[in-house]
Design a protein around this ligand. Sequence first.
Ligand code: ARG
Length: 411
Amino acid sequence: MATSSSNSKPGRDKVVLAYSGGLDTSVDIRWLQDNYNVDVVAISVDVGQPETDGEEIVARALRNGAIRADFFDVRKEFVEEYVWPLVKANGLYQDVYPLSTAIARPLMAKTLVKIAHEEGAKYIAHGCTGKGNDQVRFDAGIAAQDPSIKIIAPQREWVCSRDEEIDYAAENGVEIKAKKDSPYSRDENLWGASCECGAIENAWAEPPAGAWIHTVAPEEAPDTPTVIELEFEKGVPVALNGEKMDGVSLINKLNEIAGANGVGRIDHVEDRLVGIKSRETYECPAAVVIIAAHKAIEAMTLQREVLDFKKDIEKKFCRMVYDGQWFGGLREPINAFIDKTQEFVAGTVRMKLYKGSCTVIGRKSPYSLYDTGLATYSKDTEDTFDHKAAMGFIYVWGLPDSTAAKAHGKK
Ligand code: ARG
């Protein structure tokens, strides 16, 4: 924790600001002081976004007038309590987006509320705009934990352009991080990166090469495939290529390997909760591979009834994550159901990564429901299936329909 008493003014209320260190939230420190007459506590969390120099972010927040600035490494909790439940749910919003931005928001909201309580703060502020989903996730997430906290979203009240913000920073002596001007709005963490705005807004145009920063273009990926093995226990990956590792390391490593093979690029027109359709691109190499592998091991270890029923529940869970209902009454019961289905979801999946594609080429499980003896058509394998029993089964199975056919006079 870093504090600067010189920035504090007696008698002021406090606001806890979700501070990323970027332009918006740097300017927000000053804007909050001027417009709400508050002391600002700037809080950043490390959810695995690249280039996080916590010390530098904290120091800059203090130089910009925060009374306290902190940077918390929450990566382990992020993976174990938020990303893994998504994996167990094969979490893809609209069957496409691995929910990488959405899943980090509840943990951020939780951290902000914790600090607000610690500081006795009246307000929480965030840098979300009025057109996106993230404002919903923060506002609803905070209200569900402590409805007495008031929320301020400067970018929602003070709708201004990037250039105007830069001017405001210059006029008010706000130090901003010198950064190459990017036409895109990005959000990044270890589960994936989101990109919107700029040339991407033209839904017909192919995303420019510069939109992609975490993956190699499939056409430039190696000419020989990379084969990997991913081992699961209770529905979550525990080892990569035979090496046991913690979740954070496994995801980082897989992002590297899959990204180098051009795997994980997603181009999608998605439905925002606020009613807008938006074209976004995502780079989620590890997420794409892990979800494909998880589906493959589930296909081998879960019964058809469970797979079918779970699909509906997964969809509901993904909607809840997307729509900011993590702290709502249904989320925990849904997770309890999904957890129960994962008891025997264990084994190893072998996959081929090649020029943007990720293909399952083998799977095995100590709890496999795939029984070669039952499945075989080969003369070399002992057939354990009772062929004669099929006739009786089909007679009974078809009985309602054959009875109806007789009654309706069908020949
Ligand atoms: N559309 C995605 C979501 O709502 C990603 C939003 C990412 N935000 C950004 N500033 N690029 O989860």
